[in-house]
Design a protein around this ligand. Structure first.
Ligand code: FES
Length: 596
């Protein structure tokens, strides 16, 4: 059998395959029994006759032209998230081909299958609303279909978190592969890439300093290659965290999407997935409490996306690990920001990769990390870390010269956020860190859109803009609307930043003094629901506090008048409303966490 297969494989690879040789392989007596509890023999359909179920499965598999020898191989499932709606996943078809090469060369049978594909700008009301759907879909297909290991191909913001959540829950040996970041585009003496530069130019357009003609020209220069956003936004942060967690081999997370190394990484992922069959290492053995704490450190050192905190919390919840926002503050106070990329610095992801990428960053942080976690290669972090020959210190700083001596994100607690809120201090204006001011409140996204640029809006640069009813329980689905626009009247007067706060999220590519994820959210009846324009709010980054300065009796009066939002009538919206957890629990569905 083995010799025949080798001969067949050689024929196929040299394009010398003939009808006769294929027929010979197809007619090889099939194995009907279940001696091999691997590959296609796994998870047979339940007809009450397992041998028949496997016979039937192989019959239909043969209709796709596979030989018996191939059908007897261990199976690597490849999660295909390519979609005409997903620009960030444009290269998925060629990545799948490269993964298949790696699987075949290592002796496995690669079988790709589609799952939900999430592209940040393509989805209403927001891709976050569907992260758990993608996680559920991926978990269901990983466990329902016959496969011995998997390669998960993701990239755009929510896809990698969804896939890691699914990997954790299915606990099938899996390798994460990302599409990789896009390249920045030279443009009139500067470089542009999605999407920090999108926001910078849009703010200038709103302020009247960039013309309509120029903003339209720039629209065609911001994202000019395949791949995910080219800054340390959510997609790039999650790729780095997947590497820190050990689900991506070291050095593979930041390879640009269009670089030939990206295809070689895909080929290696395929080969690695086959090795994981002979030497099974489950995601639960990789994404341990120590690995998750390492990933939190890395998030802080990257000055990474605030969204990644929600995603990492959800992934941790799938393996029964709780991320405590008080612990985040401890880690933040002892972790320097070492990476100097947009949106907080100047570089792009291609600079980070060329500067040394995650191997260089992890080396720099090594005394702060747990060194025992293993990765998909089965090797501990301590053994994987090697002193880099070269590090470009413009983008990955030495510990002695950090971008900031403390981490990029802090959590805040107080009467306005009893279960916490967060602020990305590395992307905020330090002069606004200690502030007590009047609230200007918007009751939801529609109210925000209707009034933010109104000429009679009572607002000054010294006020705090508050958006409520935009959390995960609302139909808005916790969008990236926390980056409230500066009212155009103030923007035109030169105001660049104000304190803004909400129960929703902010794009990883955004910047400003912005308090996010206020928990419990307004729609869950949190104190945020009771805030009214004119109330005083106190923010203290020094004290890690966020307080609503309204007497308790007045809050009681308002609470008596508050009503919970109506439940959606059906479908996914209904399920989300009934099951979704708050931000401090990763906004996962309650039924999908490890404890159920
Ligand atoms: Fe996909 Fe930014 S839009 S990563």
């Amino acid at each position: 059998m083995s010799q025949k297969f080798e001969a067949w494989q050689a024929c196929l690879f040299t394009m010398g395959t003939t009808g006769a040789s294929i027929a010979a392989m197809t007619n090889t007596p099939p194995k009907h029994g279940l001696a091999l509890k691997q590959g296609l023999a796994r998870n047979t359909a339940n007809y009450g006759d397992k041998d028949f179920a496997l016979y039937l499965r192989k019959t239909f598999a043969k209709s796709m032209g596979y030989s018996q020898a191939m059908l007897d191989k261990p199976v690597v499932g490849i999660v295909d998230t390519g979609s005409d709606y997903n620009n960030c996943h444009r290269t998925v078809p060629e990545l799948i081909e490269a993964v298949k090469r790696g699987v075949l060369a290592a002796g496995g049978l690669p079988l790709a299958f589609p799952t939900v594909s999430l592209c940040e700008p393509s989805l209403f009301p927001t891709s976050m609303h569907f992260r758990n759907l993608a996680a559920l879909d991926t978990e269901a297909m990983l466990t329902a279909q016959p496969m011995d290991s998997a390669v998960l191909i993701g990239g755009c913001d929510k896809s990698v978190p969804a896939q890691l959540m699914a990997a954790a829950s299915s606990d099938i040996p899996a390798v994460q592969l990302v599409t990789g970041p896009m390249l920045a585009t030279p443009f009139q003496g500067e470089r542009l890439s999605a999407c920090t530069d999108c926001r910078r130019y849009w703010a200038q357009y709103r302020a009247g300093t960039v013309s309509e003609e120029r903003i339209n020209l720039i629209e065609g220069r911001l994202a000019t290659t395949a791949g995910t956003c080219g800054v340390m936004g959510t997609a790039s942060t999650m790729a780095c965290l997947a590497e820190a967690l050990g689900m991506i081999p070291l050095g593979h997370g930041s390879i640009p999407a269009v670089h030939a190394d990206r295809l070689r990484a895909a080929e290696e992922a395929g080969a690695l997935a086959v090795r994981l069959i002979a030497n099974p290492i489950k995601p639960s053995q990789i994404m341990t409490a120590h690995a998750i704490e390492n990933a939190l450190r890395v998030l802080l050192a990257l000055g990474g996306s605030t969204n990644a905190l929600i995603h990492l919390t959800a992934i941790a919840g799938r393996v029964g690990v709780k991320i405590d926002l008080h612990k985040l503050n401890e880690l933040s106070d002892s972790t320097p920001v070492l990476v100097d990329l947009k949106p907080t610095g100047e570089g792009y992801m291609e600079d980070f990769h060329a500067a040394g990428g995650m191997p260089a960053l992890l080396w720099e942080l090594r005394d702060l990390l747990h060194l025992d976690p293993i990765d998909v290669t089965g090797v501990s972090l301590g053994e994987r870390l090697i002193k880099p020959d070269f590090v470009d210190r413009r983008y990955i700083r030495a510990r002695s010269e950090p971008v900031s001596a403390v981490g990029g994100i802090v959590s805040l607690f107080g009467s306005l956020a009893p279960r916490g809120a967060i602020l990305k201090r590395s992307a905020a204006t330090e002069s606004l860190f200690e502030k007590e001011a009047r609230a200007v409140v918007f009751d939801g996204l529609e109210d925000l859109a209707n009034r933010i640029d109104s000429s009679d809006l009572d607002v000054t640069a010294d006020d705090i803009l508050v958006l409520k009813n935009a959390g995960s329980l609302t139909p808005a689905g916790m969008p990236e609307a926390g980056y409230l626009p500066i009212p155009s009247r103030l923007a035109r007067a030169g105001v660049k930043d104000m304190v803004r706060m909400s129960d929703c999220r902010m794009s990883g590519t955004a910047f400003g003094t912005i308090v996010l994820h206020i928990t419990p959210e307004a729609a869950a009846g949190g104190p945020l629901a009771l805030v009214e324009s004119g109330d005083r709010i106190r923010l203290s980054v020094k004290d890690r506090s966020l307080d609503l300065l309204v007497p308790a009796a007045e809050l009681d009066r308002r609470r008596a008048l508050w009503t919970a939002p109506a439940k959606p009538k059906r479908g996914w919206d209904r399920l989300i409303h009934e099951q979704v957890l708050q931000a401090d629990e990763g906004c996962d569905l309650a039924m999908l966490r490890k404890e159920g």
